[in-house]
Design a binder for this molecule. Sequence first.
Ligand code: T4K
Length: 367
Amino acid sequence: MQNNSKILVTQPFLPPLEEFNEYLKQIWESKWLTNNGQFHQELEKALCDYLGVKYISLFANGTLALITALQTLKITGEVITTPYSFVATTHALWWNNIKPVFVDIDPLTCNIDPEKIEAAITPKTTAILAVHVYGNPCNIHRIQEIANTYGLKVIYDAAHAFGVKINGQSVLNFGDLSVLSFHATKIYHTFEGGAIVCHDEITKQRIDFLKNFGFANETTVVAPGINAKMNEVQAAMGLLQLKYIDDNIEKCKQIVELYRKKLKKVVGIRLLDEMPGTGYNYSYFPIFINEEYCKTRDELYEQFRKNNIFARRYFYPLISQFPTYRGLDSAKSGKMPVSEKITREVICLPVYSSLNNSDVNMVLKII
Ligand code: T4K
């Protein structure tokens, strides 16, 4: 069990402190703390190589990256999105004065159901904001087909999808923009952090202007930008995390495989199937509790807590059920039956690289 005897849903990987101190010494010496510093530049290059993407722009956090992605493409009016995500996905629309239009999800992936998108399109629709929930890739080809037909932009909230691949190709290469989160709870983190992935130099430049107040040079401001820059301490942590990421993903894979093996035949528990050709990062392990299980989802959740296991109900409630959004037409109860069912069934089990076998067995024992 953990030092503090709690088993959390996740815990950040921290590299040896001596290694981080080496980076800190360099920051102290250079006195360069932020604004496109050396580590920031190195990390952008290193991430392009690691992820297999052309252009990446680092951010202070994923939420600012999402807000800026919408600004980059000048998205307005209505955007089609999923209710089954972390609130930041929809909040980013709200902060841009865009109306979210919720569309139900596919039960097999928990991602937006492409077959339900067309019915939600109106003359005001400008984009689709989809989420690769738990790192499960969306149906990217079908979404792109719809976007092409209706002249819509596609932005992926890829907060969970660091390193995820489809047939050997990064999932971040699809859509117009993809947004990553490097929050402490993610498999790859920079304490707080995030990024936008784009496919051409001009867009990368626009993103870089927008995240730095709109400055194109010392005296020229080309857009009402924001301050969303990643600092050098964050970038240093990012460089160091890259050294360990493959090992961390492998450790999480082993945990997920053990959960799968032990839980696949438990009556009343559904697991998500792995999709062929997908390279996962194994950072979330949701299970879905139905009526055939001996307890309700919330009884199991409480049972975990009594045993110091802090599994989480990601994502409960639905974003569309929060007071800010529930007045929207698309949020009305009964309109998204799949999401409404799944949000009542889900629990994400603990997965992180330092979780040991006895912790995993404890979780399994409770189940
Ligand atoms: N889009 C999606 C789809 C997202 O999932 C997120 C973030 C975003 C956008 C926005 O990206 P950022 O702006 O955050 O970069 C957590 C995270 O705070 C949030 O980043 C994440 N999604 C979400 C899924 O999970 P909470 O409210 O569950 O966090 P919290 O503080 O309860 O932490 C969860 C567990 O992690 C706890 O059991 C303790 C452990 N933990 C947490 C922190 C912060 C640690 O062990 N150490 C830590 O430093 O939202």
